[in-house]
Write a protein that binds this ligand. Structure first.
Ligand code: MG
Length: 244
């Protein structure tokens, strides 16, 4: 018998009111304990139940979006780097609702302006872009800056680091739900950039588009993670997710 069992009611109650929304009693003793997950040793490290999508060594598990086949980006210093002109890459693995961690770095040689500087993107379900751009002293349209739900919602703030420094995205994603052609529950995203909330449970208006109104086109509950080749030498590393 553990110490806690000697102390009355430490394991919960059977005589408290039922919370209508949950069907559970307040402090219900019958509610199962939360599953144990071992956190990573440092912030950003994959916890024990994460699915690692890129570990810094190999592009196994990634394919070219254009024409399929192997991803044609390169591995540089433990990161995957865009090879301009080879096109976007995506995971062969598909998933839906998740907590996603991605680290990215814009080129240390600053060149180009606006959307032409350190542009890439993280596409949830291969479709919904969270923008990656070198946004230090680089004005462009607000809904195209880093942390934007591209073409829909600017980030709440600009929390970009300098060119050549690593940044982190932590994203809580809920996939949209469809019934036939109808959206019954739109997608939503909470996005934390370098520890700063830039999207707060923002509901998306549809798939990512350029210069046109966003709209939903029905799809399933899962899709790949896609990273954009926008012609700039952007790098990615330490990519993992946890299904939610
Ligand atoms: Mg982009």
């Amino acid at each position: 018998m553990s110490i806690i069992e000697h102390v009355p009611n430490q394991l919960g109650y059977a005589d408290t009111p039922v919370i209508p929304e949950t069907g559970r009693r307040v402090h219900d003793r019958e509610t199962p304990q939360p599953r144990v997950v071992t956190p990573g040793a440092h912030a950003g490290d994959a916890p024990s139940d994460a699915v690692v999508l890129f570990d810094g060594h190999s592009l196994a598990g990634w394919e070219s979006v254009r024409g399929g086949g192997d991803a044609r980006w390169e591995i540089v210093d433990g990161a995957m780097q865009v090879v301009p002109g080879t096109g976007d890459v995506q995971t062969t693995h598909v998933f839906g609702d998740c907590q996603l961690h991605v680290e990215f770095r814009s080129p240390d040689v600053v060149k180009g302006h606006g959307q032409g500087r350190g542009n890439s993107g993280v596409f949830l379900m291969g479709t919904y872009e969270i923008q990656v751009l070198d946004c230090r002293d680089n004005p462009t349209y607000a809904d195209g800056t880093t942390g934007a739900l591209y073409g829909q919602y600017p980030p709440l703030v600009n929390a970009c680091r300098s060119a050549g420094e690593w940044s982190t995205y932590d994203i809580i994603w809920r996939a949209p739900r469809f019934e036939g052609d109808r959206v019954v529950s739109p997608a939503s995203a909470t996005v934390i950039l370098n520890g700063v909330v830039v999207q707060n449970h923002q509901v998306l208006l549809g798939q990512t588009n350029h210069k046109v109104l966003p709209a939903y086109h029905p799809h399933g509950l899962t899709g790949p993670l896609r990273l954009q080749d926008h012609g700039d030498l952007v790098r990615f590393r330490n990519i993992w997710y946890r299904p939610l």
